[in-house]
Design a protein around this ligand. Sequence first.
Ligand SMILES: [Zn+2]
Length: 476
Amino acid sequence: MSIILADGWIVTMNPKREVLDEASILVEGDRIAAVGTRAQLSAANPHAEVIDCRGQIIIPGMVNTHTHLFQTLLKGLGDDRVLRDWFTCMTGPSAVELTAEDVSAAALHGCVESIRSGVTSLVDFMYAHPRPGLTQPVIDAFEATGIRGRVCRGFITTGEEFDIPAALIETPDAALADAQRLMRSHNRAGGRVQVGLAPSMIWALDEATLRRTRALADEERAFITIHVAETTFEIEQSQARFRCTDTELLSEIGFLGPDVLAVHCVQCAARDIGLLRRHDTRVSHNPCSNMYLASGLPPIPAMLEAGVTVGLGSDGPASSNNHSLFQAMKFAALIQKGFHRDPTIITAEKALEMATIDGARAIGLDHEIGSIEPGKKADIAIVDTSGPAMAPVHHPVSALVYSALGHEVSTVLIDGRVVMRDGHMTTVDEGAVMARSRRAADSLTARAKTAHFARRPWRSSAGRSQAEHSTTRAPA
Ligand SMILES: [Zn+2]
């Protein structure tokens, strides 16, 4: 099957960062065969289907380097809490109740939501295993919707003293054996969906389990992702237990490497950043979640200056509260500009790089995806600029990062296959996915008794101190 995406504005993200006006892309099979004029490509392949892209911006599909798809059922229940309260009061009790039906409904919804906003690759971090078999529904959702990515089998092996529910704590033997079984049954060279490893966070793991995880990743040539230095609590715990930061511990035990994606790194100091660079460990930056949970402002400019690869993530929708990388791009640029009082510190171009080619590098797939270049996989999003939010477009990259809301994505290709066409999903029945997700969300939050968080009284910030006010939603 061949397709010509004709006469669009192509933001290539190739090494020269070329932006081509009225240019076309020939897709043959699962790959980009050529970039040129419509006439050239039609002559080369006269039988190709033509999709008219006039007035539209064509970008490489975005790479969401961090989410927890199961949290798609928990949107809006975690407002105005720091991470530990958020986990103890709402996310933990909900995770304990998860069934395969909940995870399936959530993952399908999350994948559809992602594709709709131009994401073609996802890293899912599935750490909630109150019962066996909860990774498979995530893999199945990737397969059903056609999205690319890494399904990372997460685990928590300690942490009852920090109020992590006992039902979420697995033995290292059980977690690693299940992860190995999944990797061996699903992973094949070049496969669209790959299973990886996701040790949750230092304060919910012990050193021996981290060492075993590294050894298993080496044995299976697997990708690893782990939460690192998200909050001050996490750093305090590492200092108390190991007399060093969590990044220093990971470095010391030989855990870090280019196959490790460290998520958040909000509290990383200069020495930690140096270690990330030295091991070529990649970072997932989740600006919406870091602000939502008041975790702090990660030192992204210092990481970029040091040469660390940084991709963008939404984080789970219980702390962000959607899967939009358009929001992540805008937040990533704006929070650093405001904090540093430097409008050039993260530009629109840098934000788009983090969402595309740098995100691809962060998950070890930049040789295959992340830019529009002949030979790469045809993972492409087409953005309609004619609506009121984006028009008028004077500069396509600025329009994508600062004006777009995400719903402007009209058509999406993954592996050369049209998975959304003119706003309609082609791989799954979106209405059925949404109805099932709504039922699962109601059932889960009723069982977990967290539904009441959605029916809380109005929480005004009036009368609070300035410091408190800064983490509280202001009245409309
Ligand atoms: Zn996370």
